[in-house]
Ligand binder design. Structure first.
Ligand code: S3P
Length: 448
């Protein structure tokens, strides 16, 4: 169990309400927060980070960077400061690096460490220890790194970084920003040019932010996908980074407002990078009344305020090509689908099987427990909508499998269901959205 997650499960229940109201801000983007800490750690000088997501997953990354020699600390002013040590400056940590629940934390950090001659033990919680790591150890071994892993190539593992790293050209076998990022980060301390070929575009925060840090990185669209190349062994320069609100966290109040009658809310300062906005597009296509106000640029990313009003939704087919731009949002989209008229079909979901839980199975079980009819296959899910206001829905207890997004999704479901919904364990919400319950209840939700 990660250091700050309580030892005992923490059940929560959520009850039907009407008219969520308010202007809220959700915490900083998780993907950008991990990256700001890690890139700051290998830059020259002091990187400052405003709006860092102060949640378990990201705090574990900050601790890992400190253990590798790049002190990352929060100031009394709420600004985080990272003392960068340069692309070749990380050193062997004296303690195991505990990444808790975070796949992004451990996979990106493995990339960062893989081409520096250090030894690091990487551990995580029971959920993370079940997730596949071969997807990063395989390409990182090509650079010359070595790994001693638990069975099936999983955590806990010991990484031995390459002494004389060789550059790699790697074509991604899965649509994963984590794998792409791990390879690019390994390229930072490798002589010559490292290239990742990405057939299906995934979130591009690594490319954008590395460019901001002064990395020699280029992106070229070719017939077989995006070719992202990095020239290694050039130093990065410390940056001042402002992290906007996380669209994957905004997804929960957004769906809550759409499905509870009479709601009208504004979620301010949300990052709107086009590789992350698949859920907004999908909900609008379903008839959701979502408008983006005050569009602006902040820290190299487009941001805006989301104005969301209760809406009558209709079922649609969500194409597989959209999956990478909303991969973390399918659990809460499935909840929205339960309140739509007609059936929603979601395709291209194979990666959902290897998240913090098997999210396809966990979502389907949770919906079934709350009276929703579903059908599924290896990589698809169909949800039959119950129509207006879920008159027959709710009454079930959802098994969350140490998965924050399963817990938050079903707490959102209860807000519009006739009978209360319960989750068996809400502790893991702390990994990404520590004040979820307070923020939701502040708008009129009844989660307790
Ligand atoms: C992330 C990438 C996605 C996503 C995760 C964050 C990132 O994982 O699910 O929550 O910050 O790069 P995959 O790259 O495995 O799809």
């Amino acid at each position: 169990m990660s250091q700050n997650i309580a030892a005992e499960p923490l059940p929560l229940a959520s009850r039907q309400v009407q008219g969520l109201k308010g202007r809220i801000r959700v915490p900083g983007d998780k993907s950008m927060s991990h990256r700001a800490l890690m890139f700051g750690a290998v830059a020259i000088g002091e990187t400052t980070i405003r709006g860092l997501l102060e949640a378990e997953d990201v705090i574990n990354t900050a601790k890992a960077m400190s253990a590798l020699g790049a002190a990352a600390k929060r100031g009394a002013d709420g600004v985080w400061r990272v003392q960068g040590v340069g692309v070749a400056g990380l050193r062997s940590p004296a303690v195991p690096l505990d990444f808790g629940n975070s796949g992004t934390g451990v996979r990106l950090a493995m990339g960062l460490m893989a081409t520096t001659p250090l030894t690091a033990r990487c551990v995580g919680d029971a959920s993370l220890s079940k997730r596949p790591m071969g997807r990063v150890t395989v390409p990182l071994s090509e650079f010359g790194a070595r790994f001693e892993t638990a069975e099936g190539g999983r955590l806990p593992l010991t990484l031995h970084g390459a002494k004389h790293a060789v550059p790699v050209t790697y074509r991604l076998p899965v649509a994963s920003a984590q794998v792409k990022s791990a390879v690019l980060l390994a390229g930072l301390n490798t002589p010559g040019q490292t290239t990742v070929i990405e057939p299906t575009p995934t979130r591009d925060h690594t490319e954008r932010m590395l460019k901001g840090f002064g990395a020699r990185i280029s992106v070229e669209q070719k017939d077989d996908g995006r070719h992202i190349s990095i020239e290694g062994q050039h130093e990065l320069q410390a940056q001042a980074i402002d992290v906007p609100g996380d669209p994957s966290s905004a997804a929960f109040p957004m769906v809550a407002a759409l499905i509870t009658e009479g709601s009208d809310i504004v979620i301010e300062n949300i990052m709107l990078n086009p590789t992350r906005t698949g859920l907004i597009d999908t909900l609008i296509e379903m008839g959701g009344d979502i408008t983006i106000e005050n569009r602006r640029l902040a820290g190299g990313e487009e941001v805006g305020d989301l104005h969301v009003r209760a809406s009558k939704l209709r079922g649609i087919t969500v194409p597989a090509a959209r999956a990478p731009s909303m991969i973390d949002e399918y659990p809460v989209l499935s909840v929205a689908a339960a309140f739509a008229d007609g059936t929603t079909r979601m395709e291209g979901l194979e990666e959902l099987r290897v998240k913090e839980s098997d999210r396809l199975a966990a979502v389907e079980a949770g919906l079934k427990a709350n009276g929703v009819t579903t059908r599924s296959g290896r990589d698809w899910l169909e949800v039959d909508g119950g129509g207006a206001q879920g008159s027959k829905l709710g009454g079930g207890t959802v098994v969350t499998h140490m998965d924050h997004r399963i817990a938050m999704s079903f707490l959102v479901m209860g807000l519009a269901s006739a009978k209360e919904t319960r989750v068996d364990d809400s502790r893991f919400i702390a990994t990404s959205f520590p004040d979820f319950t307070g923020l939701m209840n502040g708008m009129g939700a009844r989660i307790s």
